[in-house]
Design a binder for this molecule. Structure first.
Ligand SMILES: C[S@@+](CC[C@H](N)C(=O)[O-])C[C@H]1O[C@@H](n2cnc3c(N)ncnc32)[C@H](O)[C@@H]1O
Length: 251
């Protein structure tokens, strides 16, 4: 794993603050999806939580303890600014650990054996932190194995690219069971159109798109939801959100 901090910090906070309104439909869709997730534990490791710009306070309120994990030292102050009041209402304790969660994943899992784990929009950025594409993909393909027996979920970039702003707003969600891989030969059962084509059409995707090499993150068969995130009107990310319960993560 690399040491470059290209995924968070002040630039992320400024963007997220000023684009909050434009990102709100995506944030709402993530919150709606989270409402349907029932974590097994009352303790949460929130990995890459940053300031929780796109996180649902409502969902966090069910936990007794949230351990926010990020390489960004500004994360806890801004996270409290966004979610402090809600967490106080639900008597949820918030703690912060500054570390590279992918490097230290083994130690974190041992230290918190009774925690659910949520990767909050960080796995899709791994490719920016590790200069070698194959290595990034290889690291990500091992995540499910490293989390075997644990209750965990993730929302992450699947792919992203330029889009025709006139096509927006996109119809933002599709659900599918990842029987093969997120981008591979999945075919929409209704129309027979390849999934990637449908996704591009929905957001007016043009030119060259980037694969965030996350399509092997979830174990095969995990039911996931795809959520469009117009980062700016001319550049869209497709996020994939999924949850793997402890029982199924053992398979
Ligand atoms: C796109 S931002 C996610 C933002 C956050 N989920 C929100 O709603 O504001 C990605 C975050 O992951 C953090 N991050 C990236 N790689 C990390 C790693 N290996 N360990 C811990 N944090 C990491 C970055 O510092 C950044 O805050």
């Amino acid at each position: 794993m690399a040491d470059r901090d290209t995924t968070g910090g002040w630039l992320w906070h400024l963007r997220a603050f000023f684009r909050r309104r434009q990102w709100n439909p995506t944030t709402e869709l993530i919150a709606e999806w989270l409402d349907g997730v029932q974590p097994a534990h009352r303790e949460l490791l929130l990995i890459g939580g940053s300031a929780g710009w796109m996180m649902s306070s409502r969902w966090l309120q069910q936990f007794e303890r949230v351990v926010l994990i990020d390489i960004d030292p500004y994360a806890p102050t801004l996270f409290r600014w966004n979610h402090g009041r809600a967490l106080k209402q639900s008597s949820t304790r918030l703690e912060f650990l500054q570390c590279d969660a992918l490097l230290d994943l083994g130690a974190l899992l041992n230290t918190y054996p009774n925690a659910s784990i949520f990767f909050d929009n960080l796995l899709g950025q791994h490719v920016y932190r590790v200069p070698d594409f194959d290595r990034a993909e290889n690291d990500l393909n091992k995540i499910a194995q490293r989390l075997a027996g644990r209750d965990w979920g993730s929302v992450h970039d699947l792919f992203s690219g330029p889009a025709d702003p006139n096509t927006l707003p996109a119809k933002p969600i599709m659900s599918f069971a990842a029987t093969q891989s997120a981008l591979g030969s999945n075919v929409d059962g209704v129309t027979g159109t390849p999934l990637h084509r449908r996704m591009l059409d929905q957001v007016g995707g043009v030119d060259e798109w980037m694969d965030h090499v996350t399509s092997g993150v979830f174990p095969l068969g995990t039911k996931t939801r795809l959520i469009a995130w117009p980062f700016v009107p001319t550049y869209v990310h497709w996020l994939q959100a999924g949850w793997v319960s402890a029982a199924s993560s053992n398979q």
